[in-house]
Design a protein around this ligand. Structure first.
Ligand code: 3PG
Length: 306
């Protein structure tokens, strides 16, 4: 019997796990779990005899690939696969996949939760501001960016998007104004919502050149990855401009400086929360087990990323 491991440091909702187990069982697979593990050794031990694994932001590095002697497929139940060593996976003949779009609405809703919270001063009883009529720049118009756009329309925001991989007409079709450089996006928009992946090209790419051209009352919203921010530059901007705010799903490495110096101008989730809804867990979890079955049974590699 083939064995599927669900390895989640941050576990899925109970309903999601039950669905994965039942789909796996009905297809004739044994489904095992390693949740809330506290050491890499536990993960290395758990992967030893599995044919497939489902992970979230869990690190699937070369050690994991080496330890997983029978592994044929790893599915990241989510969008960003910067936690998987793709070269190591490819060298070992392991197929890596993600489940694009399955948790995107949850992430987009969190972006708005943070924006409203910040615009209203953390609900501190003082006069805040509204999102209606404000400019919002969507940096990368993928699955999350599209949900952000839909929600922003309800809020009556003025929308702009930058995505070098799309044609203007793809963006215009959704009633959004495309811009043709990141600089233009940051210059035009009071709010910028980041939806770029973390890779060698994007790491530390959100730097002073971009942040300094944002208009008065600038708000940078990061539900992507902390690694895409140039933290020294961000600290410099926060210091120079007391109108600048930073909202992020997961604290930056320099969070202590924000706490000391920039009170009231930032918000960080205590843990990565974007995809932490029951719905997103169920969608991504079910997609992951179905992709594993489709691959192992029929060689379906639709969502392969390596
Ligand atoms: C993603 O890339 O899908 C999100 O960042 C969610 O990550 P998580 O599953 O670890 O919450």
């Amino acid at each position: 019997m083939k064995k599927v491991l669900i390895a989640t440091d941050k576990p899925f909702a109970k309903e999601a796990v039950e669905s994965i187990e039942s789909i796996g069982k009905n297809a004739g697979y044994e489904v095992v779990k390693l949740e809330k593990y506290t050491s890499k050794e536990q993960l290395l031990e758990a992967v030893a005899d599995v044919d497939a694994m489902i992970i979230r932001s869990d690190i699937a590095d070369r050690d994991v690939m080496n330890a997983a002697k029978n592994l044929k497929i790893v599915v990241r139940a989510g969008a960003g696969y910067d936690n998987i060593d793709l070269s190591a996976a490819t060298e070992k003949g392991v197929v890596a996949m993600n489940t694009p779009g399955q948790n995107s609405n949850a992430v987009a809703e969190l972006a708005f939760g943070m924006m409203v919270y910040s615009a209203r001063g953390g609900f501190d009883g003082k006069t805040g501001s509204e999102l209606r009529g404000k400019t919002l720049g969507i940096h990368a118009y993928g699955n999350v960016g599209k949900y952000v756009a839909q929600i922003a329309k309800g809020f009556g925001m003025k929308l702009f998007a930058f995505d070098p991989f799309l044609k203007d007409s793809d963006i215009e079709a959704d009633g959004i104004t495309p811009v043709h450089s990141v600089e233009e996006l940051y210059k035009k928009c009071q709010y910028v919502s980041l939806h770029i992946p973390a890779n060698e090209k994007t790491k530390k790419s959100i730097n002073k050149d971009l942040l300094s051209v944002m208009p008065k009352g600038a708000v940078l919203v990061n539900t992507a990855r902390k690694e895409v921010i140039h933290e020294d530059d961000l600290l410099a901007i926060m210091t120079e401009r007391n109108d600048f705010r930073y909202l992020s799903d997961i604290a930056p490495d320099c969070a202590h400086v924000f706490e000391e110096k920039f009170s009231g101008r930032f918000f960080f989730t205590p843990k990565k929360m974007g995809a932490q809804t029951e719905e997103a867990n169920i969608n991504a979890g079910i997609a992951a087990i179905n992709q594993i079955i489709a691959f192992l049974e029929n060689g379906d590699m639709k969502y392969k990323v390596n």
